[in-house]
Design a protein around this ligand. Structure first.
Ligand SMILES: *[C@@H]1O[C@H](CO)[C@@H](O)[C@H](O)[C@H]1NC(C)=O
Ligand SMILES: *[C@@H]1O[C@H](CO)[C@@H](O)[C@H](O)[C@H]1NC(C)=O
Ligand SMILES: *[C@@H]1O[C@H](CO)[C@@H](O)[C@H](O)[C@H]1NC(C)=O
Ligand SMILES: *[C@@H]1O[C@H](CO)[C@@H](O)[C@H](O)[C@H]1NC(C)=O
Ligand SMILES: *[C@@H]1O[C@H](CO)[C@@H](O)[C@H](O)[C@H]1NC(C)=O
Ligand SMILES: *[C@@H]1O[C@H](CO)[C@@H](O)[C@H](O)[C@H]1NC(C)=O
Length: 333
């Protein structure tokens, strides 16, 4: 069992209270600019003009919320649509155009914002939990009337939601991909103190934040971190909501320290599962994915070396190959 860490509680509460006010961008960027050997003018270029492939922003109502989403990609491959679930504080803008364009060649792709974040309006004020967000994801998918069970891919908090979806509503999905995720409960190792401190520190620099996602001591990770810092390659504009960040942080606290339903449901998962993470993840330690893999009969577990929470971004071409193999694999002859 992972040790309980009282500091985590305090720090996440602090994060919930302080997250909206971060230090001025100039100060926060300085150390990362120096680390990456670039100047401010090299960073964050405009969105590429070729991003129309994601189509218009659409909305659909679910109980207590209106979900903003994009739906695009290849409808003629015979593969079920792939629904992507975003992480803590993230919006649809997290998914890079490189990732989405590649996925869109082989299937329909659906990206959306979680309750209260970006283009998704939350008409309730109840505390967020991972099972509640899994309910939202199912309500969203059902509202789209896809006609087939979609494949589901979640990253980080989205990976928790994907795990909950497989555990609690698995019969509504085809294959499930959990990237840098966890089944939660005290049986899963909580985020490291270093990650907690950065998430809860309103004065954390961009370099500190990069170092929580990429283990910068490895050149391969530093190179990937700087690539993402200089150009996140977002495919859509979207707005960050600091209040919802705080509510999501409390949901994560609940997931690791209170909630056990998802952990308990793992042995009953019937979906094909692909688990992908980084060996040096300090946000969601890789123990979480190994623990899921030990408790299901036929997991596909991929652990990338010299990678952290952003293992998917760091090794994107390889990740895409593995994902494609997983999604196309069938025992039907
Ligand atoms: C920045 O430049 C220094 C000195 O040339 C080099 O050692 C370092 O690897 C560079 N950093 C990155 C992230 O490329
Ligand atoms: C869509 O998939 C079909 C079948 O695999 C393929 O022939 C076609 O080139 C794809 N279209 C695009 C735009 O990628
Ligand atoms: C999820 O939905 C089910 C069925 O509607 C409901 O019983 C359950 O209480 C919901 N869970 C949460 C956390 O909202
Ligand atoms: C953040 O920086 C400001 C200004 O330097 C300082 O007043 C504040 O105490 C710092 N907050 C934390 C949590 O370190
Ligand atoms: C990144 O964090 C590691 C510990 O996880 C630390 O050893 C290293 O010095 C940090 N690197 C930078 C550039 O902050
Ligand atoms: C941010 O989300 C909260 C609910 O979590 C909502 O009350 C608030 O209106 C949102 N802020 C913006 C600017 O959309």
């Amino acid at each position: 069992m992972a040790p309980r860490n009282a500091a985590w509680t305090v720090l996440v509460l602090l994060a919930a209270l302080t997250a909206p006010d971060r230090v001025s961008a100039d100060d926060a960027l300085a150390t990362a600019l120096e680390f990456c050997n670039v100047t401010a003018s090299d960073v964050a270029p405009e969105l590429r003009s070729s991003l129309d492939f994601v189509g218009p922003l659409r909305t659909v109502a679910i109980p207590g919320a209106e979900v903003g989403y994009h739906r695009f990609g290849n409808t003629t491959t015979g593969r079920p649509p792939l629904v992507l679930v975003a992480g803590l504080g993230s919006t649809m803008s997290f998914w890079s155009a490189e990732l989405l364009e590649s996925l869109a060649e082989d299937q329909e792709v659906i990206i959306f914002d979680n309750r209260g974040m970006g283009y998704t309006k939350d008409f309730t004020t109840k505390p967020l939990t991972v099972p509640l967000m899994a309910n939202d994801t199912l309500a969203f998918v059902e509202a789209l009337e896809l006609g087939v069970k979609p494949n589901l891919l979640g990253l980080s908090l989205g990976g928790f939601i994907a795990t909950a979806s497989a555990g609690l509503h698995g019969e509504h999905y085809n294959k499930v991909v959990i990237v840098s995720g966890s089944a939660g409960s005290p049986e899963s190792e909580a985020p490291s103190l270093q990650a907690q401190q950065v998430f809860s520190d309103p004065n954390a620099t961009e370099l500190d934040q990069l170092n929580t996602s990429f283990p910068l001591q490895f050149p391969v990770a530093a190179e990937a971190a700087c690539r993402r810092f200089i150009d996140p390659d977002s495919a859509v504009y979207d707005t960050y909501n600091g209040t919802t960040f705080g509510r999501q942080a409390l949901a994560i606290l609940d997931y690791f320290y209170v909630e056990t339903d998802v952990w308990d449901a793992v042995p009953g998962i019937d979906n094909d599962l692909l688990l992908v993470g980084g060996e040096d993840d300090i946000v969601v330690p890789i123990q979480s994915l190994r623990a899921i893999a030990e408790r299901v009969p036929a997991p596909w577990l991929v652990v990338f070396k010299e990678a952290g929470h952003a293992a998917m971004n760091q090794y994107l071409p390889t990740f895409l190959q593995i994902l494609d193999t997983f999604l196309s694999f069938s025992t039907d002859v």
